[in-house]
Design a protein around this ligand. Structure first.
Ligand code: GTP
Ligand code: MG
Length: 223
């Protein structure tokens, strides 16, 4: 599937549909991850920012990924298989444990950080979805993640979560601040979403669709 022929990315957001959305497997570490089957898009962000909720939102499924009010819910690397119609674009979305969760013991914190770091360093990713809470300034760890993404030149989609917590003018201001603070480039998508108000899913699906088609063409070009 990684070497699919490049296809047009002109499909409009309105026509993109989820044909398949299914949980594949959870892995405690890099070694236990399944073989690379489809282009993989990792979802990264601090604990409780809304990573797992985003998966449910874009797949229109309430309980596909496990969410929680308490930070630190996702402790494993969780793989989900998505197929997007009408182009039959297949991908794995990878729900990662959040970073920056302080309320666990030091040993668990270190173990967790190691798992995340190893995965990001060694797993070939088609793209990263980087989530930032729209209400807050990016943290030092958010900036570190962003620098790593830019350094690795991995296509990224930045998503501002919990958009329902701000008015539209506040959201626009927050977006400018975050774009500036993370040094996002003009061509890099920066989208807002609210799982509560069910907004932003179509734009995110479109960005995912485009990034996977781009990754497929790139793979072909290099082979
Ligand atoms: P970890 O797995 O702990 O790293 O967290 P996570 O990033 O996966 O966050 P999760 O999806 O579990 O959501 C954390 C909390 O934020 C839950 O209480 C969600 O209901 C809430 N949440 C997620 N998205 C939104 C949103 O768009 N608006 C609001 N108001 N709450 C949200
Ligand atoms: Mg989670």
């Amino acid at each position: 599937m990684l070497d699919d022929a490049p296809r047009s990315s002109s499909t409009s957001a309105d026509s993109i549909r989820i044909a398949t959305a299914e949980f594949v497997v959870s892995a405690p570490n890099l070694k236990a991850c399944p073989p690379l089957t489809y282009p993989e898009v990792a979802i990264a962000g601090r604990s409780n920012v809304g990573k797992s909720s985003l998966i449910n939102h874009i797949c229109n499924r309430r309980h596909l990924a496990k969410t929680s009010n308490t930070p630190g819910k996702t402790r494993l690397i969780n793989f989900f298989h998505l197929a997007l119609d009408p182009d039959s674009v297949h991908l794995h979305l990878v729900d990662l444990p959040g970073y920056g969760y302080a309320k666990i013991d030091k040993a668990s914190q270190q173990q967790w950080a190691r798992t995340l770091q190893e995965f990001l360093e060694w797993r070939p990713l088609a793209a990263i979805i980087h989530l930032i809470d729209c209400r807050h300034e990016p943290t030092a760890l958010d900036k570190q993640m962003r620098e790593w993404i830019a350094h690795q030149k991995i296509p990224s989609i930045t998503i501002l979560t919990k958009a329902d917590k701000l008015s539209s003018s506040q959201l626009a201001q927050s977006r400018s601040r975050i774009v500036h603070s993370l040094h996002l480039q003009k061509e890099e998508p920066c989208l807002a979403t609210s799982t509560l108000k069910k907004t932003g899913a179509r734009e995110i699906l479109q960005a995912l669709h485009d990034v996977i088609l781009g990754a497929s063409s790139e793979t072909l070009r290099k082979s």
